[in-house]
Design a protein around this ligand. Structure first.
Ligand code: NAD
Length: 472
């Protein structure tokens, strides 16, 4: 395990302790919330060609104060127990912050997806799922995985199929995993959800004129310059949505192959197509390549968005940051020590447990859809559409004026599933940010949004434990 990875769990615990001091909650209750409830470490053989490989994997359930537990599955050669414990802990706080009624969990499989064929990855995923079923670590009311680094809808479909084969007759089987392809019980808008949530979260933060003036920025996302690390699921949607809907200028992108920069802005959608064709972001027209990939941290911009892995901004490079805001799209990209240095310089760090909660929020919607056995909007769409059409008729008759067909089609429209999902996500991110901001404003001793976010989570989790009668 590298030093960086060891620091991740330590950093989560240190952040917890720092916030817990301000909570006023009993020590025993805090200790119960802090620790991971169940850690399942497994090793299983997978036949690859003529030989067998032993795969190391984990599922950690951090908190059972609400069930099911929920959290993604990571495929990476860097996976280790402490990393999964850190990620599972963050899931508990994340769910509480956005009022999603789950406990936190996380899974990790120590493989590098790039090294395996699709068939081999399918074998690994199915075998991992079988192990989870054997130990009752998966199920619609028990523990519900989702995508994370290195996994996506394809892996979720394999998990669902394996679960259904072994649990034939479970009427709620579809709800055993989220982030599924839409034609396999998924929900419209899940793939983009984390990136879209990052956009809504940052847009809300940027909307407060006085907060922005305090760090020397004008309010609003329009024309803000952004640098993103990682152009995977979270980074690519964050980039395209901030650019297209927020009017931000994406001036730098860092990926495995290197970092590119353009002060005039990079069209992220075109860059993604370019990378698919050429296998690299390097050489994208109108951009220059930095000599050192890691120098993305030091690029001139308003907002830095790490969207790759943990422990990217550390005590070693925090001094180089020129941005005014760091948006933690990834989990744990800023270490606790680095955050102290950044806060001292007046830089705002928007914490992961709030900012990337869009994924689990829409996963919650997907889980509800699966349990209700019906897509959102099915009952009311036509009714709404007819009601709006009637209102338009009355307006036209009473005013004697005709509304243009273009305006009419915009107004006379019932919501599709994706409209409802986006609206639910937007509402969730705005409400959560307001709560965190209020706590920070009220409690003068708090120096970071992370402490405020932790306090928001701790109060809700503590109240759940008290309702359960576990703690008087
Ligand atoms: P992903 O696998 O889709 O993409 C990650 C990208 O980061 C890859 O393209 C990879 O090449 C790149 N990368 C890795 N190391 C890098 C480095 N050193 N420099 C530059 N680029 C690098 O993963 P993802 O799902 O987008 O997850 C990214 C982060 O967001 C993780 O921390 C994950 O836990 C977090 N997250 C993901 C979700 C989700 O819904 N997928 C939800 C919440 C949080």
């Amino acid at each position: 395990m590298s030093h960086k990875q060891a620091r991740f769990y330590e950093s989560v615990l240190a952040n917890f302790d720092r916030a817990a001091k301000h909570s006023g909650l009993p020590a025993g209750l805090l200790a119960q919330i802090r620790e991971c409830n169940a850690v399942y470490q497994m090793r299983f053989p997978v036949k690859m060609g003529n030989s067998y490989e032993v795969v190391e994997a984990y599922r950690v359930q951090h908190s059972h104060h609400r069930l099911p537990t929920k959290g993604g599955i990571r495929f990476s050669h860097l996976v280790n127990q402490e990393e999964v414990m850190a990620l599972a802990s963050l899931m508990t706080y994340k769910c509480a912050i956005v009022d999603v009624p789950f406990g936190g969990a996380k899974g990790g499989v120590k493989v590098s997806p790039r090294k395996y064929s699709e068939d081999q990855l399918e074998k690994i995923t199915r075998r991992y799922t079988t192990e989870l079923i054997r130990k009752n670590f998966i199920g619609p009311g028990v523990d519900v995985p989702a995508p994370d680094y290195g996994t996506g809808p394809r892996e979720m479909a394999w998990i669902l199929d394996t679960y259904n084969q072994l649990k034939n007759g479970d009427i709620d089987g579809l709800a055993c995993v989220t982030g599924k392809p839409v034609n396999h019980g998924g929900i419209a808008g899940r793939t983009e959800a984390t990136g879209r949530g990052v956009y809504y979260g940052l847009r809300e933060l940027l909307s407060y004129e006085d907060d922005m003036a305090a760090i020397g920025l004008t309010a609003g996302m329009k024309d803000k310059t952004i640098v993103i690390q990682g152009l995977g699921n979270v980074g690519s949607y964050t980039g395209t949505i901030c650019q297209k809907e927020g009017g931000a200028k994406i001036v730098g992108i860092s990926e495995m192959e290197g970092t590119i920069y353009s002060k005039d802005g990079i069209d992220v959608e075109k860059l993604i197509k370019f990378r698919k064709q050429t296998g690299s972001i390097l050489g994208f027209p109108g951009t220059e390549t930095l000599e050192v990939r890691e120098d993305w941290v030091a690029l001139e911009c308003d907002i830095l968005i790490p969207a790759a892995l943990e422990s990217q901004i550390t005590a070693d490079n925090a001094d180089l940051v020129k941005a005014k805001i760091i948006g933690e799209a990834a989990n744990g990209p800023v270490t606790d020590v680095a955050e102290d240095m950044l806060t001292a310089k007046g830089i705002i760090v928007v914490p992961d447990m709030f900012l990337n909660a869009g994924g689990v929020t829409v996963s919650y919607f997907e889980w509800l859809k699966n349990l209700s056995h019906m897509r959102f909007g099915r009952l009311e769409k036509r009714f709404d559409q007819n009601t709006y059409a009637n209102i338009m008729d009355v307006i036209e008759k009473t005013t004697g004026k005709k509304v243009s067909n273009r305006d009419k089609s915009m107004i006379v429209r019932g919501a599709d599933e994706v409209d409802l999902v986006r609206s639910g996500l937007e509402e969730t991110m705005i409400t959560a940010y307001k709560e965190i901001r209020d706590i920070k404003k009220r409690k003068k001793k708090l120096s970071t949004l992370r402490e405020a976010a932790f306090l928001s989570a701790l109060n809700k989790i503590a109240s759940d434990y008290m309702q359960l009668g576990v703690f008087p």
